[in-house]
Ligand binder design. Sequence first.
Ligand code: LIP
Length: 276
Amino acid sequence: MDLEEIRDFLVQLARTAGEMIREKTGKVTWDDKMNSVDLVTETDAAVERMVKEQLASKYPDFKFMGEETAHGVLTADPTFIVDPIDGTTNFIHRFPSSCISLGFAVDKVPVVGVVYNPLLDHMYQGVQGKGAYFNGQKLPLKPPSELSLGTALIAIEWGSERSGPNYTCKTQTFANLAASDGGMVHGFRSMGSAALNLCSVAAGTLDAYWEGGCWAWDVCAGWAILAETGGAVVHGNPGTDKAAVDSRVYLAVRAGSNQQKFIADFKSHIKGSLSY
Ligand code: LIP
């Protein structure tokens, strides 16, 4: 299987999808999915249709999983894992942090990732064993320095579940990581796209990203990119180490010395655990 050829095809597809997304951004109406903060637009569906058709005609033997049309259960078969618009809320608001996320997994391991933010013309891509790039520049964008919680800039997301035990765990953990008698991290960023958060961790411009509740299509492509930079994705709950692409609770950490200690420190600040 030629992973670089697959990457090249996904880059082309991302640019085509990018035109569709750019044209409609900030100009769409939306529907609610689970609730009034879980949103979908016709463009999400149109982009996924186009991508699915193109992939089926070029790679008829590979499976497809996508946010809008094909959930299913991830198997070990070669599978494209696609979010047509990650950051749909940003797309609706015209906040320039949404992207198409095109991942490819084999044996459930993300091996190719293409993430494209069309408003900013930011193209991230990575192939297992071949490195990861941002607009042609090798990632990470800065030399990997020592990791420590007290100097960390961390992506968090509020998600669409705004009550109950998961919400309590997230908000109490955010408070504990921020507090002067807690982690006292440098700061949080909440930019509304799992895929772009992972790409920023790959770039080294964010130190870590913690989230529960997102799906394989939110993380597969970004994970493949991050893995190529020496970054790690582990399970986001204390007491569980290994994350699977569909485990829905993740902690992503950039390349750098003290990675394992950083992960342990971070987890010691989580209040309870997340369950999806
Ligand atoms: C979004 C994620 C975001 C998360 C939201 C949502 P969408 O994906 O990327 O990080 O907090 O709950 O899942 O819905 O914009 O594709």
